[in-house]
Design a protein around this ligand. Structure first.
Ligand code: AOF
Ligand code: ZN
Length: 372
């Protein structure tokens, strides 16, 4: 392992405190979008005197939370923070000011902030004040913590996670269309956990017609994501559950239809209409992502349908893939598969994935990949 000494301290010490800051940051998951997950720990003479994390969107930043929680003066202490401290006036004043005012003498940073308002300037301001700044401690883990934020701040479009559950023979339903259930309770619980962590959940109109889903998060204290229905021709029934509950949970109907009469009826029910240009006989998904990004949606769980899944892959909006695999076989040439549409002609054109991770949920497994 790579070791170095910093004022007589081993690098492992830095990593230990940064790991703690990462754990703290995780507690904000699902509560801070579209802002980053950030954790902070303040250490003096090898004793933790304060800890904090970004708890809520628009609320105080991790650094200020940790300073406020200090059990003694932070003068001369080291601040460990997973993300470069901000130096701009946003919804809150700059953290660099709080760090300087509290006479912190050293700041250890996990990852730099790609936010153009910060990006390196936070570090520069601290150094100008004579504060020692160490960067890149547990950098990879800190970057992984904010995959969504980093993507969103750079592209202004949501990070899209495509998820489906299938049998060992690659079916997402039997030939009669029944899909309850493919995976077991543990895997389904994990999906609800994911739903509580994303800003939006997206399906195609075929899924609404077939299953009439609620698309809510059914775990205790879980947060419901906004629902996005891709419905080029406004075929969603006014009696659908997503429409009936649109006043309680934000529901977007993305459509090419300009039928004002129909649109009005959905709006009266509380749905929000997104006018999206067509791309072939579907929606222009890239354009939809731009519009959703403007609404502050930084992450989307795409729960398919084979038609929408193919369009999503083809249009290049997919960033990550989660495949739940249940140890069963349905068979049937007419049974639905996860990715349909017209399909590709040549194996050389295949959509490709990398960075495989395997997780187990009871009898099921989940394969997770990043889109290449
Ligand atoms: C957070 N939480 O703990 C840190 C952030 O509008 P504001 O004032 O909340 O500022 C948001 C920006 O501040 C955010 O994009 C990121 O660049 C920086 N750091 N943000 O929400 C935090 N440390
Ligand atoms: Zn800040």
């Amino acid at each position: 392992a790579f070791l170095f000494f910093e004022r007589g301290e081993r690098v492992e010490n830095h990593q230990k405190y940064m790991d703690l800051a990462i754990d703290l940051a995780q507690k904000g998951r699902g509560q801070v979008n579209p802002n980053p997950l950030v954790g902070a720990v303040i250490v003096k003479d090898d004793v933790i005197i304060g800890r904090g994390y970004h708890e809520k969107y628009g609320g105080p930043h991790a650094e200020r939370q940790a300073l406020a929680a200090c059990t003694q003066s932070a003068a001369g202490a080291t601040l460990y923070v997973t993300l470069e401290p901000c130096c701009h006036h946003g919804k809150t004043p700059p953290c660099t000011e709080a760090i300087i005012d509290n006479k912190i003498s050293r700041v250890v940073i996990g990852s730099t902030d790609p936010n153009p308002l910060v990006s390196g300037k936070g570090i520069e301001i601290l150094r100008q004040q004579g504060i020692t700044v160490i960067t890149g401690v547990r950098e990879e883990a800190c970057q992984e913590l904010n995959t969504v934020f980093f993507h969103y701040i750079k592209t202004k479009t949501p990070y899209v996670l495509m998820k489906y559950a299938m049998t060992l023979d690659g079916k997402i339903a039997t030939h009669t269309g029944k899909s309850k259930w493919i995976t077991g309770a543990e895997a389904r619980q994990a999906v609800h956990q994911t739903r509580s962590e994303v800003a939006g959940i997206m399906v195609g109109v075929n899924t609404v017609l077939q299953d009439d889903p609620l698309l809510t998060c059914r775990i205790e204290d879980g947060k419901n994501p906004s629902r996005i229905i891709c419905d080029s021709h406004l075929r969603t029934p006014l009696t659908a559950q997503v429409v009936a509950t649109a006043r309680k949970i934000p529901t977007y109907l993305a459509t090419c239809s300009r039928d004002q009469h129909k649109i009005k009826r959905f709006e009266i029910m509380g749905c929000k209409i997104l006018a999206v240009p067509p791309a072939g006989d579907h929606l222009n998904l890239q354009e939809l992502m731009v519009q959703l990004g403007q609404k502050g949606i930084d992450s989307i769980l795409l729960e398919g349908g084979g038609t929408l899944n193919f369009s999503a892959l083809k249009s290049g909006i997919v960033n990550k893939l989660q495949v739940y695999l249940a140890p069963k076989i349905f068979g049937g040439a007419a049974a639905k598969t996860p990715v349909e549409g017209p399909g590709l002609e040549d194996p050389a054109e295949a959509f490709q994935f990398t960075d495989r991770k395997i997780k187990s949920f009871g009898a099921d497994i989940c394969l997770e990949y990043v889109k290449r």
